[in-house]
Design a protein around this ligand. Structure first.
Ligand SMILES: [Zn+2]
Length: 269
């Protein structure tokens, strides 16, 4: 079953379609996917271009988009209550124009006394050098743009020696390709803003596995990652990491693994 597209999925498909010659996409006579849309086949060919068609036809492919719930909190010397305190974004931008120069700050508040701290976003920047989209976002207090900026860890670390991060995340799961008789699960992780969540913690909690079991499966080659790096499971989740799990020995693929992977717990007849 196909759940639906996100806007960025559509974009990715479009990019696939333009990047891969059609002859390459449809050159396999044994192609047996049930997906009717041509772009769909395109995705499969591009994503698994290093693997043979048989493997593709055995893979349930999903995308998890990982969104942290709480933005990082810098610790700043507070002029209100004294001492180092955690500050939280107010979601508001302050602008100051001086001739053609523009300053922009994101306003934070002390979690103890609510004294504000202005985090510089732009300093003495010539208006002509600011992209129209950024300018518009700053002038309209665009909540999406501001939210993304509150997760700008590098910028925060530049201003504060201590930045607290929060591991709690929301996960949107969508099916990208499914097939009957699948034996492998491929999870593409999309991480639009930095998260401190470790890959093994995410997989363990979402797939109801212990982390030691996960490590063992990884050591045996039953769990693979792309890119494959030493101790990748213990590191924070990186955007576009793909985790592939060989479930050919599992009998509970449809009943147990699929709902966990897809987030779809509806009973199918
Ligand atoms: Zn304070």
């Amino acid at each position: 079953m196909f759940i639906g597209w996100w806007r960025e999925t559509g974009l990715a498909l479009l990019q696939c379609a333009t990047a891969t010659p059609l002859s390459q996409l449809f050159s396999h006579p044994q192609h047996r996917h049930t997906a009717p849309a041509r772009v769909f086949s395109c995705t499969i060919s591009v994503d698994f271009r290093t693997e043979d068609q048989n493997d593709m036809c055995k893979t349930l492919r999903v995308r998890w988009t990982i969104i942290p719930k709480t933005a990082p909190q810098p610790w700043i010397a507070c002029g209100g209550c004294g001492g180092l305190r955690a500050f939280q974004s107010s979601g508001k931008i302050r602008l100051n124009a001086n001739g053609r120069k523009l300053d922009a700050w994101l306003i934070y508040k002390c979690l103890t006394c609510e004294r504000t701290w202005n985090r510089p976003i732009l300093e003495r920047r010539n208006v002509r050098d600011i992209g129209p989209a950024v300018l518009e976002a700053l002038q309209s207090n665009d909540p999406h743009w501001i939210r993304a900026e509150t997760f700008n860890l590098d910028a925060l670390r530049h201003k504060s020696l201590r930045v607290d991060e929060f591991a709690e995340v929301e996960i949107a799961k969508e099916i990208q390709h499914e097939t009957t008789n699948w034996t492998r699960l491929a999870i593409e992780l999309t991480v639009p803003v930095a998260t401190s969540t470790r890959l093994d913690r995410l997989l363990a909690s979402e797939l109801k596995l212990s982390r030691s079991k996960l490590q063992a499966l990884h050591a045996e080659g039953m769990v693979r990652t792309d890119p494959e790096k030493a101790d990748i499971l213990r590191r924070r989740i990186r955007n576009r990491t793909v985790v592939t799990i060989d479930l050919s020995m599992e009998t509970e693929r449809e009943r147990s693994w699929k709902p966990l992977a897809t987030g779809n717990y509806a009973v199918e007849q």
